[in-house]
Ligand binder design. Sequence first.
Ligand code: 3HC
Length: 269
Amino acid sequence: MGGGIAQVAAAVGATVFLYDLVPGAAVKARQRIEDSLRRAETKGYVTATVRERTLKGLRPIECMDEARGVAVVVEAVREELSVKQAVFQELEKKTQPETSLWTNTSMISITEIARPMRHPERLVGVHFFNPVPRMELVEIIAGERTSEATLVTAEASVRHWGKTPVRAPDRPGFIVNRLLDALLREALALHEEGVSHMEIDTAVRLGLNFPMGPMELMDLVGLDTIQDCLKSQAAGMKRPVDCGTDLPRLVAEGKFGKKSGEGFYTYET
Ligand code: 3HC
């Protein structure tokens, strides 16, 4: 997700610093974006000029201090409240007071992420969808203490990046993932009952006119991320976790979907 967000920002001319705790991961992310842009150019989605401008703007860094002074920081770390809280407590110290802080959380409360912050008015939820260059929607979520200025800046920025913002409530799953959660849980239940992943996907594609079925969508987003989302949604709605056994088994086996080469489907590298 982080790579996709960086790509759309750089495509309109922004300088984007890519940072990851794992050494070398930011350089790899830039390489993945370069490969994806080449494919997109072949398909006619982007021009050579846009590809070159995007790549020129992407700067992998190994130390967060190199990005001091940026206008916006977009966080896309894993879906765990304590991890996100720690990231923003550090970011508050490492950035200028006027820097907007965005979390791309899929469903964690913005109010909760901001709770330990000294300046929670700087934090806003800015939720992108996979694959980011292709999906037009961005949900904008205000926490209890997010300032109107932070919200308006986020909306204007994502519009500038070619996206359409909608304001979503700070409730578990916001709008889209709350609806998606119901679909995915039922798809997983059908799979447990013995219906094949291909039958489920074909049925949803042809019967509901969705561009892809729920099983391939889970593979696209990442089964580890989906598992985190289902758990976090259940916790937020105060009901038991309902992931079945197939999903946790695949995640435990390191089969995360498209990004690892295998999930419900198998992918060629
Ligand atoms: N600029 C750059 N790259 C572009 C581009 C553009 N304007 N337009 C497309 N591309 C790239 C894509 O990023 C992708 O790159 P890749 O080669 O690296 O995979 C490639 O072109 C595929 O795009 P296509 O349009 O050719 O592919 P399809 O027509 O087969 O459509 C799809 C694929 C867009 C994934 C379609 O099946 C779809 O819309 N599926 C549903 C997706 C969905 O529901 N997403 C939401 C997931 S939920 C979520 O993300 C929330 C999270 O919190 C869990």
